[in-house]
Write a protein that binds this ligand. Sequence first.
Ligand code: ARG
Ligand code: ZN
Length: 877
Amino acid sequence: QAVRLCDYLPPDFLIDTVELDISLHRTETRVLARLRLRRNPEGRADAPLKLDGDGLALQSLKLDGCSLAAADYEAAPDSLVVHAPPAQPFTLEIETLVDPNGNTQLSGLYRSGSAYCTQCEAEGFRRITYFLDRPDVLSVYTTRIEADKGEAPVLLGNGNPVEAGDLPGGRHYAVWRDPFPKPSYLFALVGGDLGRIEGDFTTASGKKVKLAIHVEHGKESRADYAMDALVRSMQWDEQAFGREYDLDVFNVVAVSDFNMGAMENKGLNIFNDKYVLASPQTATDSDYAGIEAVIAHEYFHNWTGNRITCRDWFQLCLKEGLTVFRDQEFSSDQRSRAVKRIGDVRTLRLTQFVEDSGPLAHPVRPDLYREINNFYTATVYEKGAEIIRMLKTLIGDEAFRRGMDLYFERFDGTAATVENFLSCFAESSGRDLSHFAVWYSQAGTPLVRAETSWDPAARSLSLTLTQSTPPTPGQSEKKPLQMPITLALFDDKGEKLALVSDDATPEEKSRGTIELSTQSRTVRFKQLPARPTLSLLRGFSAPIRLEPAPDNADLVRLLAFDDDPFNRWQAAQSLALRSIFARVAALRGEGQTPDDSAFYAALQRLLDANDMDPAFAAQVLSLPSEIDLAREMGENVDPDILFSARSALRQELGGTLKPLLEEIHARFESSGSYSPDASSAGRRSLRNVALDLIAAGDKARGGVLAERQFEAASNMTDRLAALSTLALAGGEPRQRAFAQFYQTYQGDALVIDKWFALQATIPEEATTTLVRELMRHPDFSLANPNRIRALIGAFCSGNPTRFHALDGSGYELLANVVLELDPKNPQVAARLLSALRTWRTLEPKRRALAESALKRVAAGPGLSRDVSDIATRALGI
Ligand code: ARG
Ligand code: ZN
């Protein structure tokens, strides 16, 4: 039942061309597939032909134009076997019928609103027709789509349009041809009555490309920002990676029912409309940033994913980690690199570190799966991107770029592996990367302990770095990893003294980064004027946990003068963490409430500085979240006490900085028209963090300011920030604001999702009941993944005190939703259930409750493979 990397075999057959003739119908779509097949010289010589299917009904089958005798083949919903196919190339014609209306899984061909659309990654194509549905079978596709012209005037396929015309009976057709061989997971089609905006792009070599973004009628103007981001992405990939677009057209379609964020189908990207539609009135600054990043991500897949694809699904990180790295670099270049890095590390720690320390931990390249859809994870995506970033740091920018060029040159048109990829960088850098490659196969977050000792007589500092990686499921023994550790030493005035140790290798000295590749390493810095302040793991140069944090005096110094913005931010986070954990101890009667005045004074100086960057300052003022605290605590987690300790720090901080925060809130009030650019967004984010802290320090005053801001707001960012402050303040103003917000945006599903999510995250006892009520709200629907994520996802991941309520009501709610949703949409159900992956870290009472909720799900009747895989792995069975 499990698929293993070590069992990989090349396909026995190849499919050179695919001709599809698809006649769209709401419940009976006819799919005719004409496949040109031949035996793979690398396959097993007399293997039968076994095609994949999923819930298919075969209507007819012909081989080289002749119907097959019943004894010559076997058709089942999940496979089609031709027992003795010819030795020479042959043509197979397969006819199937599919029901788009009945497809609630949103995998394969389904309907979203009134449109027909597809999602084939990872294994959705087999829900449309029988096929060798694996990424190493590359074919040239021609797709003819036929539909009722009134119902679906727009017909889109992969590649370039070649022909279109009217048919009798009010029907019409379009033919699309994609000249680039591709695996089936990149197939797509769309049919519907859609509006569009158009654009143009001329590639560096002079090719003219027609761009279009298709959206629901009336939403056209909300696609302008996505179009702008698309054009910038196309430009950037030419400049940064020398990659040009390769078809005559590039189409993007926004649909409102989508399991994930978006999909990179060749020439026809299909998006969750959340990552396309934006207007100042309906989208926040972070929505705009998300659109820019996802548009770029899917576009960049054209080279890293489509032109070079994956040999098998174990290699998923080959396209995903690399493409995330590329979209992160794009956003860094378009916005603030420092703020982007801080945001990315926050996400990594919040999602990937949590995953990596629990029962669902797996390597960036897993070696076994039961359900591949459960491996589109933070580890594959985010840690996968960190590996690329480390590689670039280790070999330097130039060797990295040469390695990428080599990769594109050598593997274009193929289905590649991680080994293929790494071989290009070994060649371009002249380095042996076999040790580095362990990052791909070893799960778990390495812990690096840093010990320093200062020798006042010799005026030298020695630094000992020791690494260890805790065991993860199926991997009890861990090897040391090779990682870049970027560092700097400062004197007490903030002058930089050194970037590498005196005993660093010449290579390390030239790159300005030292490497840790053994279990332990000691390096020495000599002839220092005085004991220095050490800034370690600058820019978060490796995805590790570093302990211990410097002492508070050093943290305050780093917060004041570190010229690495990441570590400057990290210093504030470390100070806050230390304070909160001291407060936890105090609440338990095990110590004193800490004196944080030096921390507050440092924040005050940062905010007062002339060169203060608002976006950066907002990040510094955003304290570690409750999820961060739970992860740092690691075991015996009690979300209530973490909430109390964090609230106490917020209250004190808000009170102490009140005059300055009020001044900032007044000074950064937006004037003029809204622009989503990074620096305008940065000013809004600082102002809104200020509002949040004012309210933390003085509920009444915060409430007054928030109500005023809610009324006066000229954009969604400011309005939603005010609403979230009012949500915490409670009482009459909260009631009024939520009612008014609903009135204003009723009918605008993406905005109503914000309304659902904010209510689901109110940290009050009544919230669980409120969430149950909202599930019966007419705007809520278990059929729509965005609604589910907005209400249930936000409750489970964004409201720790309620989700982990001591009476088990939060877990019960989740288990009920998962069991109800599973028969309809197993992918989304499985994703929701993974909120329980941290159950073992909880204190005993909650741990028992969470375990029994997981067990109840695991025992559910007729469970999908998706949910049963998550439930059993989470339970460790
Ligand atoms: N390749 C898509 C992206 O990252 C994600 C598609 C995942 N789909 C799935 N069913 N697991 O850009
Ligand atoms: Zn991707």
